[in-house]
Design a protein. Structure first.
Lengths: 205, 67
C-alpha cells in the first residue's frame, strides 16, 4: 500500500471514529432527555396525588393565607424560571459568563422563595400542621414543593461550580439543560398549587 | 450565532411577559371571585413553560443531539 493510500485509509478511519463518537453523544443525550422526562412524569404523580387530596379535603374552601404573600413568592419563582432559561440559552450559545451570572441569580431567587414560604408563610399562617384539613393540606403541599425547590437549589450549586471550572460548552451542556428542566418543572407544579392554595374558593372558617 | 442567541433570549422575555400578565390576571380574579376557572389559566401557563422553557418538543423529536 502506498503512503498516499495509507493516509486516505487513516483519514477514513478517523472520520468513522468521529462519526461514532458523535452518534454516541447524541444517543446519550436523547436517552438522558427521555430518562429525565420519565422522572418528571413519575414525580408529577406524587404532586398530583397531593393536589387531589387538597380538593378532596377542602373542596370549595381554601386555607386562610396571606394572598399578597402568595403573589410575591409566585412572582419570585416565575422570575427565577426566566433567569434559568437565560442561563441555558447562554451556555447553548457558548456564553459561559452569562450562564454563570444567570444561574447565580436563579439560585438566589430560589433561596428567596424558600425564605418566603418556609421562613415567612409557615411562621405567619394562623394555623399549624395539626389544625385540621387546611393545616394538613397546606403544610404537606408546600413542604413537599419546598423540598423540591431545595434540591433544585443544590442542583444549581453543582452546575454553578462545574460551570466556573469550564466543564460546559455550547456543544456539551447536558447538566445545565437537565437542571433547567428540573427547575421549570418545580415552577410548573407551583403554577397549579398557587391558585389551589391561595386563590380558589372561600376561606376555611 | 449572536442573532440566534438574541432571538432565543427575546423569546424567553416574551414568554416571561405573557406569564407575568397571566399571573396578574389570575391574582385579580382570584381575590375577587376565586373561581375554579382559574385552573384554565394555570393550564395555559404550564403549557407555555413546558413548550418554551422546558423544550418538550426536543424529547418528542426523533433527531439525535440538539447541542
Amino acid at each position: 500500500m502506498s503512503a498516499a493510500n495509507s493516509l486516505q485509509v487513516n483519514e477514513a478511519m478517523a472520520a468513522v471514529a468521529d462519526s461514532r463518537q458523535g452518534t454516541t453523544y447524541g444517543y446519550k443525550l436523547d436517552t438522558n432527555r427521555l430518562g429525565l422526562w420519565l422522572f418528571l412524569v413519575s414525580d408529577s404523580f406524587l404532586f398530583g396525588g397531593l393536589y387531589v387530596t387538597r380538593w378532596y379535603l377542602l373542596g370549595g374552601h381554601r386555607p386562610d393565607l396571606n394572598q399578597m404573600l402568595g403573589l410575591i413568592v409566585t412572582s419570585v419563582l416565575l422570575v427565577s424560571s426566566f433567569f434559568m432559561n437565560r442561563a441555558e440559552t447562554s451556555i447553548a450559545h457558548g456564553d459561559r459568563r452569562g450562564m454563570l451570572i444567570n444561574t447565580a441569580i436563579t439560585l438566589l431567587l430560589g433561596v428567596a422563595f424558600l425564605v418566603g414560604v418556609v421562613g415567612v408563610e409557615w411562621r405567619t399562617a394562623p394555623f399549624g400542621p395539626a389544625d385540621g384539613a387546611q393545616g394538613s393540606v397546606f403544610y404537606m403541599l408546600t413542604g413537599m414543593h419546598a423540598f423540591h425547590v431545595f434540591s433544585g437549589v443544590l442542583f444549581l450549586l453543582v452546575i454553578l461550580r462545574n460551570g466556573a471550572r469550564g466543564l460546559y460548552s455550547a456543544d456539551k451542556h447536558w447538566a445545565v439543560e437537565a437542571c433547567a428542566n428540573y427547575w421549570h418543572f418545580v415552577d410548573v407544579v407551583w403554577i397549579f398549587y398557587y391558585p389551589a392554595l391561595y386563590l380558589i374558593g372561600t376561606v376555611v372558617k | 450565532m449572536d442573532n440566534k442567541k438574541s432571538a432565543a433570549l427575546r423569546e424567553g422575555v416574551l414568554v416571561f411577559l405573557v406569564l407575568a400578565v397571566l399571573t396578574a390576571i389570575e391574582y385579580v380574579i382570584g381575590v375577587s371571585v376565586g373561581t375554579t376557572w382559574l385552573l384554565l389559566l394555570a393550564v395555559v401557563k404550564a403549557v407555555l413553560v413546558a413548550t418554551y422553557y422546558m423544550h418538550i418538543r426536543r424529547v418528542l423529536s426523533s433527531e439525535e443531539g440538539g447541542h
